[in-house]
Design a binder for this molecule. Structure first.
Ligand code: ZN
Length: 453
């Protein structure tokens, strides 16, 4: 975990603050990986990321054994099998679902029954599969029967939460027993990390209302109902600060299933939560389609902390509410306002440093708006300074002007290939605020120096 920096605590002249910037608390170090900060594209490797590298664990058109050439009719049989499987999952037909599995494989059966039960616990609207007629290297399946592993895409839409089925590439190997093709193996292949797939893995529980669905591991200390309540509250608070409508579809996934690397940043620190959007794809998973929905993925080990102190939840929900800026804005702009919302109604201006090392660290940092290329080198100070720049701009000029700045960055990125506002920060600040980047940086650092007064 991050070097302990429970650094800013207490609000001057008032009761001990209930708020502390999440980045400063080791248990909920809040670090958004670049792709997630932007809350933009689908998960890495997902269909919404057409630039994802080709699979390394397989080679195209590599059917099983030499003398067991996979033919068109084999692919058709697998397609029919997947239709039956989807139908059974949707209709809650356990028997029909189990009949699609290689019999006698207890491990496979247990894992697949868990998948079945999890899907039954969810409000699933649509579910279907697609694949291309190519082959990856099949997983080991008992015996010498023919096997194949085409790249299969699972498309699943959660009612009210997703606007379209989210597409995840899944790793399934099929085996031909007698004259029937069956599912012989399914596991998580990290080459094709799912965008979001909490239904595959350990048992889960769900709680939700019309457009908010919260998932936790079944039997977790903080259950889905409790997390739903905390999320609703944090969402209302964040929406209030931002003057946004809180009622829009969101999946909060606090299960242990799927997605682990996305909860770490470049420095290897774990995040308590990250927010991002997920995408749909065409049936075969070849072309990205519409955006499917928004996800906050919470680290299951930090859920208790999220509920006890929802600074982090509000931070992530601010990203969710301010969706659409992607990497068009400098990180200090998007993370700064998320920190501001997370800490509200607390202000850095009313806070004091409780960590003696903080002033020296701040003094040793260049007085500048963190350049995008340096973002993430020192997460604690990156987030803290971003918070200070944002707080200065918002409390001095208002939230509307800040949003205007974000819109200007976004428009500029549309008309020219600018990423993270590189090279135009000073210009945009002068246009929107009439002050340059050095002045904003100095004002932010003055706020931080005030923490040790
Ligand atoms: Zn963030």
């Amino acid at each position: 975990m991050a070097a302990g920096l429970d650094a800013v605590r207490g609000q001057r002249g008032g009761p001990a603050a209930a708020y502390a910037p999440a980045v400063l608390r080791p248990t909920t170090a809040l670090v958004c990986a670049a792709i997630l900060v932007s809350g933009c594209s689908g998960g890495p490797g997902g269909p919404a990321d057409p630039s994802s590298p080709p699979p390394t664990s397989g080679s195209p058109a590599a059917p099983a054994a030499d003398d067991d050439e996979i033919t068109e009719s084999d692919f058709e049989a697998v397609a029919a099998l997947l239709d039956v499987r989807a139908e059974a999952l949707l209709g809650g037909d356990r028997r029909a679902f189990l009949a699609t599995l290689d019999p006698g494989n207890r491990r496979l059966r247990r894992a697949q029954e868990q998948l079945f039960d999890n899907v039954q616990a969810l409000p699933v609207d649509k579910l279907y599969y697609g694949f291309t007629d190519t082959g990856l290297v099949p997983a080991d399946v008992r015996g010498d029967d023919p096997t194949m592993r085409p790249p299969v895409f699972e498309h699943l839409e959660l009612t009210g939460v997703f606007a379209a089925p989210v597409a995840n590439q899944v790793s399934m190997t099929f085996v031909e027993r007698g004259d029937r093709w069956l599912v012989g193996h399914e596991d998580v292949d990290e080459t094709f990390e799912a965008q979001v797939r909490p239904w595959f893995g350990v048992p889960i529980e769900a709680a939700g209302d019309d457009d908010l669905l919260v998932l936790t591991d079944r039997g977790a200390d903080v259950g889905a109902e409790e997390l739903l309540g905390s999320t609703r509250e944090a969402l209302a608070e964040a929406a209030d600060v931002l003057d946004e409508d809180a009622d829009r579809p969101l999946l909060v996934d606090a299960t242990s299933n799927g997605l682990t690397f996305e909860l770490s940043n470049a420095s290897g620190e774990e995040a308590a939560a990250v927010s991002y959007s997920v995408g749909a794809a065409d049936r075969k998973g070849e072309e990205p389609r519409a955006r499917a929905g928004s996800v906050v993925k919470a680290n299951p080990t930090d859920v208790e902390a999220l509920v006890d102190n929802d600074t982090t939840l509000r931070h992530e929900l601010a990203h969710f509410l301010l969706d659409g800026y992607g990497d068009t804005n400098p990180q200090w702009v998007t993370e700064g306002i998320a920190e501001y919302v997370g800490y509200a109604p607390g202000l850095l201006a009313d806070s004091v440093a409780s960590d003696d090392r903080l002033p020296r660290r701040i003094a040793g940092r260049d007085v500048e708006l963190t350049p995008s290329g340096l973002w993430g080198n020192d997460p604690q100070l990156d987030y803290l300074t971003a918070h200070a720049f944002a707080e200065h701009l918002i409390t001095t000029y208002g939230l509307d002007r800040y949003r205007e700045m974000m819109d200007v960055f976004k428009r500029r990125a549309r008309s020219s290939p600018v990423v993270f506002g590189e090279g135009i920060v000073d210009e945009v600040l002068r246009q929107v605020y009439g002050v340059g980047e050095r002045e904003v940086a100095r004002a932010g650092f003055a706020l931080l120096e005030g923490l040790s007064d």
